[in-house]
Design a protein around this ligand. Sequence first.
Ligand code: CDP
Ligand code: CDP
Ligand code: CDP
Length: 215
Amino acid sequence: MMNTVITIDGPAASGKSSVARILAQRLGYIYVNTGNMYRAMTWAVLQTGIDPNDMDTVRSTAEGILIDSPVADGQTQVSVNGRRLTAEDLNSDPVNRGVSLVARVPEVRARLVADQRALSSLGPLVMEGRDIGSVVFPDSPLKFYIDASEEVRAARRQAQGHTDQVAERDRLDSTRKASPLVIPEGAVVIDNSHLTLEGAVQAVLDRLPAIPVHP
Ligand code: CDP
Ligand code: CDP
Ligand code: CDP
């Protein structure tokens, strides 16, 4: 049986992780942050000292790295070769700079997409990323695209204390050949530039049809 999957996509720092996490808590669904899987792979690739611009070396290095996403407290907690990474590891400056380069490698994506699909056997999911509604679960009837203006997104990321060139990551993510960031067919677009976080969550809830809830 295929469980319900709510897909949430959007550009960097638009608010999709926060919205997805709160939504999952309210519905009793498992929250899956797929960006952290690409970030974990990037963290591990950088540990080997290679240049993330070199696609061939990234491809061969990534083959030997095991990314695992066990569920704890209702959300996936990504680990690399059995080691659970911290939020600081996942959001470090080098990872912010390298992640869109690692994520453009088709073989890296194929592996992580297979892992993401397999998570739906565990229970109903709220899964967020860049290609969840377009590639990972294209048949889901519950798709959202969370947007915000570039200025608002840069300010939100800065307020989190990270130096993160969100415009450059968006450019790479939107122009790559393999599964670029797009508004998935059938997705409800919510621009939350001028909404509070609670307002953004409510906007998603208002657009959801009646679905099973497991609080
Ligand atoms: O949180 P933020 O929006 O800054 O980024 P993220 O969701 O943690 O994703 C980090 C990077 O991983 C993105 O910039 C993409 O390059 C890549 N990514 C992807 O390619 N596909 C996904 N489903 C999720 C993330
Ligand atoms: O996952 P993504 O990178 O898209 O964004 P996020 O990490 O969920 O949100 C970035 C920051 O913006 C967080 O500190 C959120 O609390 C904040 N935010 C906000 O202030 N108002 C919103 N409507 C949405 C997010
Ligand atoms: O410990 P807690 O989940 O309260 O906070 P955190 O460690 O700052 O993690 C923030 C978010 O990152 C969580 O919501 C997790 O979904 C995610 N995370 C992850 O995916 N994998 C990890 N190894 C650590 C955190």
